[in-house]
Ligand binder design. Structure first.
Ligand SMILES: Cc1cc2nc3c(=O)[nH]c(=O)nc-3n(C[C@H](O)[C@H](O)[C@H](O)COP(=O)(O)O)c2cc1C
Length: 302
């Protein structure tokens, strides 16, 4: 497999990611290149420009031909990174398998990553994965797991063994009172339109499993969300009306739910609150599942 790693500068996080990607692709043909802006600015010059939505800084052309997979390492700069905007605008990304890694030092990057994914997809890229990493997380096992998943996906779709042609179609953010707790990436086969889900819960590493789980034709993907005063836990699961779902909360409480004909579950709320959200209904939207917000809604509904 031919792999390209694109980065801007080589700060601590960027260098660590380049090293990790190189190690994980040791058996592949790998190139590393920088995105080089043609105009030079100091920190404040870039900072000001980074807050102008869509601002594009022209960059030196990069030859993307022949690569099976391109990793694009993007630092969070204000609202958007002008050289990355320039790169996306200047290059023909149609059919390019792109894996996005966003690095940041503080705050919330959910909107930032989504804008980037959207911009790359608009230019025709086939986004095969995206991961945001706070400074210090770039050396975590999360990164190796992500790289393994992404490369396995690309090998799967390029090989003859896989009948699906899976493309990234969006994500669902799960929030706890405004703070991101996890993301579900959603994929779809171009041919049969089947959905595939991939959960990422912040604070947890990625599992060792790679590839996509396929669900029966008569079932649909849903998110079972379990909320208590301490946190929000989400899991993507296949459901259909009448199906029994066994669930154990983080505090050890065991529950069994039956999926109703309207694809909901009887919440039987205790100290924990449980809700089922259909993935197809929440694509590229956020779900607010914080304990106080859900309780407020519950009181309003009574
Ligand atoms: C012009 C500019 C703007 C930046 N804006 C942000 C920002 O809004 N939020 C943030 O977390 N980091 C911001 N940063 C910091 C970097 O994105 C962050 O340090 C980097 O992604 C992590 O890599 P490092 O380990 O090399 O510092 C900015 C950096 C520059 C140069």
């Amino acid at each position: 497999m031919k792999v390209l790693v694109l980065h801007i500068g080589m700060g601590r996080s960027g260098s660590e990611l380049v090293r990790r990607i190189s190690d994980n692709h040791a058996g592949d043909d790998l190139d590393v290149a920088g995105i080089e802006p043609l105009e030079k600015h100091g920190f404040y010059g870039w900072l000001v420009r980074s807050f102008i939505p869509g601002f594009q800084a022209p960059v030196r052309e990069v030859d993307l031909k022949g690569y099976d997979l391109v990793y694009l390492i993007v630092p969070k700069w204000g609202y958007n990174c002008p050289p990355v905007n320039g790169f996306l605008k200047q290059h023909d990304l149609r059919g390019l398998r792109l894996s996005l890694l966003v690095t940041y030092s503080k705050g919330d990057v959910s909107g930032y990553s989504e804008r980037l994914v959207g911009a790359a997809m608009k230019r025709g890229a086939n986004v095969v994965g995206s991961l945001a990493l706070r400074r210090g997380e770039t050396s975590s096992g999360l990164v190796d797991g992500f790289i393994r998943q992404v490369s396995q996906r690309v090998r799967n779709v390029s090989g003859d063994s896989h009948e699906h042609e899976i493309v990234f179609i969006g994500m669902i953010n799960i929030n706890r009172d405004g703070y991101l707790q996890g993301v579900v990436d959603v994929w779809r086969c171009r041919g049969c339109k089947k959905l595939f889900c991939d959960d990422r819960r912040y604070g947890e590493g990625l599992g060792s499993g790679v590839g996509f789980k396929e669900i029966p034709d008569d079932e649909q993907w849903a998110l079972l969300i379990c909320t208590d005063t301490k946190g929000v836990f989400m899991q993507s699961i296949p459901v259909k009306p009448g199906k029994r779902l066994e669930h154990t909360c983080k505090n050890g409480e065991k529950h069994e739910f039956v999926v109703e004909h309207d694809w909901s579950i009887n919440p039987c709320d205790t100290i924990t609150i449980h809700r089922l959200y259909m993935v197809k209904d929440y694509l590229n939207r956020g779900i607010e599942a914080g304990y106080y917000r859900l309780n407020l809604r519950r009181i309003q509904e009574v």
